[in-house]
Ligand binder design. Structure first.
Ligand SMILES: Nc1ncnc2[nH]cnc12
Ligand SMILES: [Zn+2]
Length: 336
């Protein structure tokens, strides 16, 4: 069996996926058409050609613009369902997906348009594909904490269906500590806490995410490798890192995929996972991300990454054990 087939069949969870980042150019045009909005590109090819980025900010500018075609609950439901269908083809059995409510409420959409649409898509994906999922509300870090608090208040009626809060958008200049109080409130409400840190920002931001935000999972975390003390601490804590190889390459976090630090992360005893981040913008879904780093890894390491994805999920212990048993059976089943 080729590495590529081995990866497709490997049961896996996806823990770092911005659902707005799964908006494919074809879908963007379709939503624009049905919502009678114009987009500033003549066709799908021209739009895709614009997906060339020098930095996170470069990408975010086009990503927020793209999200403007999402106007109705049906749009969000269709977006989520299309992602789940694609993820299912890649062997994803469970996904914990981010959404950015402020991107939508700032355009005048009520919180529930995005939340209810996504929840409907999640329910349908479970019925259709047996793919389970959880929803994580991300605060945009380029906005202030008061805005995050307003969003958290908007989310109140949905908190029983939201697994956690996250922190995304422009990292440098917006340290995790800016959101200390809202993350504390989310923790008190019983929500899990995750944050992007160490994607472009320094190791100190990762420390703040740990010590000030009390994160349960670290999104990206690449720059942690610059601090041996931090690496030791993350390894001892068994902290899951949601690593996104194709994103890292497209956003110039790593210069060369052949030099991606995934093998170093494993070698240092960290608990990395492989994820797609914004697959429509970065050229691949989760299996493509495994394939991108497969030349750097053994089959055992690929299976470890898949096991890590369930260990780092917010599923209950029985579900984690069940999924890991499926991976063990897959690996033991004579895969050459
Ligand atoms: N890779 C990323 N980093 C920060 N914010 C994001 N929002 C969507 N993708 C992101
Ligand atoms: Zn991300």
């Amino acid at each position: 069996m080729s590495d590529s087939d081995f990866i497709s069949g490997l049961p896996k969870a996806e823990l770092h996926l911005h659902v707005e980042g799964s908006l494919e150019p074809e879908q963007m045009f379709a939503f624009a058409r049905r919502n009678r909005i114009s987009i500033p590109f003549p066709n799908v090819e021209a739009l895709r050609a614009a997906y060339s980025f020098n930095s996170l900010q470069d990408f975010l500018d086009i990503y927020y613009q793209g999200a403007d075609v999402l106007r109705t609950e049906e749009d969000f439901r269709d977006l989520a369902l299309a992602y789940f269908e694609r993820a299912h083809e890649d062997g994803v059995a469970h996904a914990e997906i981010f959404f950015d409510p402020q991107t939508h409420t700032a355009r005048g959409l009520p919180f529930g348009v995005a939340a209810d649409g996504l929840l409907a898509g999640m329910k349908e994906a479970e019925a259709k594909f047996g793919l389970t999922s959880k929803l994580i509300l991300c605060f945009l870090r380029h906005l202030d904490e008061d805005d995050a608090f307003l969003t958290f208040a908007d989310a109140e009626p949905w908190l029983d269906r939201i697994a956690g809060v996250g922190l995304d958008s422009s990292e440098v200049g917006h340290p995790p500590s800016k959101f200390a109080r809202v993350f504390e409130a989310a923790g008190k409400a019983g929500l899990k806490r995750v944050a992007h840190a160490g994607e472009e920002g320094p190791p100190e931001y990762v420390l703040e995410a740990l010590d000030v935000l009390h994160i349960d999972r670290l999104d990206h975390g690449n720059r942690s490798l610059e601090s041996p003390e931090l690496v030791t601490r993350l390894a001892r804590a068994g902290m899951t890192l949601t690593v996104c190889p194709l994103s890292n390459h497209k956003l110039c976090v790593v210069d060369d995929l052949a030099a991606h630090p995934i093998a170093d992360m494993l070698g240092h005893g960290l608990r990395p996972t492989i994820n797609s981040d914004d697959p429509a913008y970065f050229g691949g879904y989760v299996a493509d991300n495994y394939r991108a780093v497969a030349p750097l890894l053994t089959r055992d390491q690929l299976a470890t990454l898949a096991r890590n994805s369930f260990l780092g999920s917010f599923l209950d212990d029985a579900a984690v054990t069940r999924h890991i048993a499926r991976i063990d059976a897959y690996v033991a089943g004579g895969v050459q």
